[in-house]
Design a protein around this ligand. Structure first.
Ligand code: GLN
Ligand code: ZN
Length: 768
């Protein structure tokens, strides 16, 4: 009999119960017992819903109070000195302190451990989930320090469930961490870490656990040889420990690690056939005859229904070879998918029939398993017929396939993503037209999103505020923002983005081809969730999206006003994409829609247009061999939306991070006239990338960090600008904060910008 299992379920809850409970606990409105009760209820509900869906083996260990990597750090006792509790025993507050930091006044109330900055957070592979980076010291010791996993196993057993604990494997755990203090190789910690894994496996065996899932997603990455060797070494040691072990890989194909993964001395292997279907036939040949093979065939990262017929055909092929040794699963943990489609009451039947969230994905896995075990089962036949009809409706629906968009796409030529003239010529014309001083000052687009703005937007959406009243409220905000900027003496003004809820959703709502869920929340980090828009069909822009707001703002000032748009790659990266056409094709469609907006802004007399590509670097594939392909289409998509303008129109772009080394050439290929970037947090270090590579166009390295309420003084910004001026010719330098100001208060914003303008003026006299 084939077996169905789940690699992990979303922990946040169908109504984001965990988010609400956490935030109440942090505010002191819920006590620890209350929080624990919410956790228990959620776990019980999630096991039950998976079991009811028909999953045979349920995951334990997928629940986390903040982040599962952080839970592992506590489990192994990887608690940085600054958080270590005096009593020795970490508590829930230790965990939250590691996640969120502790401010001095909180610690004086005896909360935990003195003031301490939070652990660093970074993206979990190529998802939008963020984990807390483990911190290792050279003398790092590991000891079992946290009972959560064992308690949850006991909890599940007491509810009568058959479970499979999920832990992050030792190599992936070490890979995810960072060394602190004296330099050393974190791989050297493996031998010290393994005994704790041994202890965990022994404890689980005593609890009566049969299978343990050990996640080693780094097997889908390019691994250095010493890490590959360490896999063999590590698992040779772990094989002596009790319990059956399933190594889980996901987010990509095993490729050159396939032989290694297949031959590790464990009892089973899970592979991701959604991301990497091509590894299927090879793995059947390479897998030792004693091992279980778990096939991840239901997409754990997107929201589309599985094509059951097509998937079943693959599974049947596997079943012929594997018989009892075949397991069926989602491609990865369902952590990355929204919880329950049934909650959606406003999607319409057709669209809803195309979608599956975590609960529905479990049902698909169970159904496919039943189809293998009992092919003549009546439910199976009905589901297969229904699935066929759904796939057919998707391939034919005019809601998805739009001849006009496709014709336009087919007519694109390489010239469409190239500006008319080279930068050297364009910039001359732009300088003559814009008449800006050297070290021109500007901002990144947004000004404070005040409570009043949000309230006006909500009232408008709820129908409580008329369009006229809403427009007037936004006009007042724009007028205020323009006035402030004029008083500050900024050179290039913005309208302030008051009308935008979010830099992607705002545009998605105005494009044809997008859909929106009401409850499609996915955890981003801790209690923070995002609700990505869904790209359903071919995309187009029925009418101008931003022109009226920006024209209004320009009408208020004689200074140059910069129009603000979000770029195609960022739109794509922060949405649920289609699975029936490539990311590249979707980026092109988005680019064409934005191109129309760019041209409308130009026609409305806007002389500078900024196209934000905040997620450009995020789109990099996990495997280096695929980087260039991505970078080519990503920078081409930017070109496509930007290059329709006249030479004299200045195109800006903005990216808010500071690791440019890998992508700098492609950023140059985007050929924006001006790029504004984050630098201030790394003290202009990023300019190293710009030093090694001669970036040809104008740059605005952020001179202060908007992520903190601290008001920087003029002298420190002057210092940063002098540093920048050593590497970048002064006539190509801009002066700006490192990101948008929407999260800041007006008072901080004005104070910081006064100092920034003063810094630019000082540099003008000094260096110009
Ligand atoms: N223009 C946007 C803003 O200022 C850019 C945001 C971002 O880069 N994340 O808010
Ligand atoms: Zn930014």
């Amino acid at each position: 009999m084939a077996l169905s299992h789940s690699l992990g379920f979303p922990r946040i809850g169908r109504d984001r119960e965990l988010k609400k409970a956490l935030e109440a606990y942090w505010k002191g409105e819920l006590d620890e017992a209350g929080l624990q009760a919410v956790g228990r209820r959620l776990r019980a509900a999630h096991w039950q819903v998976q079991k009811d869906a028909g999953i045979d083996l349920l995951p334990v260990g997928d629940f986390a109070w903040y982040d599962h990597v952080l839970t592992h750090s506590l489990t192994f006792g990887v608690i940085p000195e600054r958080f270590r509790p005096k009593s020795g025993q970490p508590t829930l507050d230790t965990l939250f302190a590691m996640a969120r930091g502790v401010s001095a006044n909180k610690s004086s109330q005896g909360a935990c451990c003195g003031s301490a900055h939070a652990q660093e957070m970074t993206k979990w592979f190529d998802t939008n989930y963020h984990y807390l980076v483990p911190e290792f010291s050279a003398d790092q010791q590991f000891q079992l320090s946290w009972e959560q996993l064992f308690e949850e196993v006991a909890e599940a057993h007491s509810l009568g469930h058959r479970v499979k604990p999920v832990i992050i494997g030792p190599l992936t755990y070490l890979w995810l961490g960072k060394t602190k203090g004296a330099a050393f190789d974190r791989l050297d910690l493996l031998e010290r870490l393994l005994p704790v894994y041994g202890e965990i496996l022994q404890r689980l065996a005593t609890q009566g656990v049969e299978w343990v899932q050990i996640d080693e997603p780094i097997l889908a990455l390019d691994l250095p040889q010493d890490w590959k060797n360490a896999f063999e070494r590590g698992y040779n040691i772990l094989q002596r420990e009790p319990g059956k072990k399933l190594i889980a890989t996901y987010f990509g194909g095993l490729e050159d690690n396939l032989g290694l993964a297949a031959s590790l001395p464990v009892d089973g292997l899970h592979i991701d056939l959604v991301r990497a279907p091509e590894q299927f036939p090879t793995i059947l040949d390479r897998l030792p005859a004693y091992k279980v093979l778990s096939l991840g065939v239901v997409d754990g990262r997107n929201i589309w229904r599985t094509d059951l017929q097509r998937t079943l055909a693959i599974l049947q092929q596997a079943q012929e070879r594997l018989g009892e040794r075949l397991w069926v699963a989602p491609s990865c943990s369902l952590l990355h998918s929204p919880v329950d489609l049934e909650r959606e009451d406003q999607l319409g039947d057709e669209l809803k029939s195309w979608l599956a969230f975590a609960v529905q994905k479990c049902k698909e896995v169970a159904l496919l398993t039943t189809a293998l075990n009992a092919p003549h089962n009546a439910n199976v036949q009905a589901a297969l017929t229904q699935s066929e009809a759904i796939q057919a409706s998707r391939t034919q629906s005019p809601r998805i396939h739009k001849p006009a968009v496709q014709a336009r796409l087919a007519a694109i030529t390489a010239a469409d993503s190239q500006r008319q003239s080279a930068f050297a010529q364009r910039i001359e014309q732009q300088r003559a037209r814009l008449q800006l001083p050297v070290f021109p000052t500007t901002t990144i687009g947004s000004f404070p999103q005040t409570a009043a703005i949000r309230l006006a937007r909500q009232s408008f959406k709820a129908g409580k505020l008329s369009l006229a009243d809403y427009t007037e409220a936004m006009h007042n905000e724009i007028r205020h923002a323009v006035e402030v900027q004029e008083n500050l003496g900024l050179d290039v003004l913005v309208h302030g983005e008051a009308e935008r809820n979010d830099m992607v959703e705002y545009f998605a709502e105005q494009l044809d081809g997008y859909a929106f869920t009401r409850f499609g929340w996915v955890q981003s980090y801790g209690s923070r969730c995002v609700k990505p828009a869904v790209i359903v069909g071919d995309l187009s822009r029925p009418q101008a999206m931003t022109v009226e707001w920006i024209r209004y703002a320009q009408g208020l000032s004689r200074k140059v006003l910069k129009g603000m748009l979000t770029g195609p790659v960022t739109m794509l990266m922060w949405s649920f994409p289609r699975d029936d056409i490539s990311r590249e094709q979707q980026a092109r469609q988005l680019a064409l829609a934005i191109r129309d907006e760019v041209l409308d802004l130009e026609a409305a007399g806007i002389k500078i247009i900024q196209i934000d590509e905040a997620a450009f670097r995020e789109g990099l594939p996990l495997r280096q061999a695929q980087w260039q392909g991505y970078l080519n289409w990503a920078s081409e998509a930017f070109g496509l939306c930007a290059a329709g303008v006249r030479d004299e129109t200045q195109i800006h772009t903005h990216m808010c991070y500071s690791e440019f080394n890998d992508v700098i050439e492609s950023i140059a290929a985007m050929d924006a006239d001006v790029i504004t970037i984050e630098t201030s947090r790394s003290d202009m270090q990023l300019l190293q990338a710009f030093e090694a590579f001669d970036y040809p166009n104008d740059i605005g390295p952020g001179v202060y960090d908007i992520h903190s309420p601290r008001v920087p003084d003029t002298a420190e910004m002057v210092k940063l600008l002098r540093k920048a001026a050593q590497r970048i010719p002064v006539e190509r330098l801009w002066v700006n904060p490192d990101c948008g100001l929407k999260t800041r208060a007006w008072s901080e914003t004005e104070a910081a910008l006064i100092n920034m303008v003063a810094a630019a003026r000082q540099l003008r006299t000094e260096l110009a």
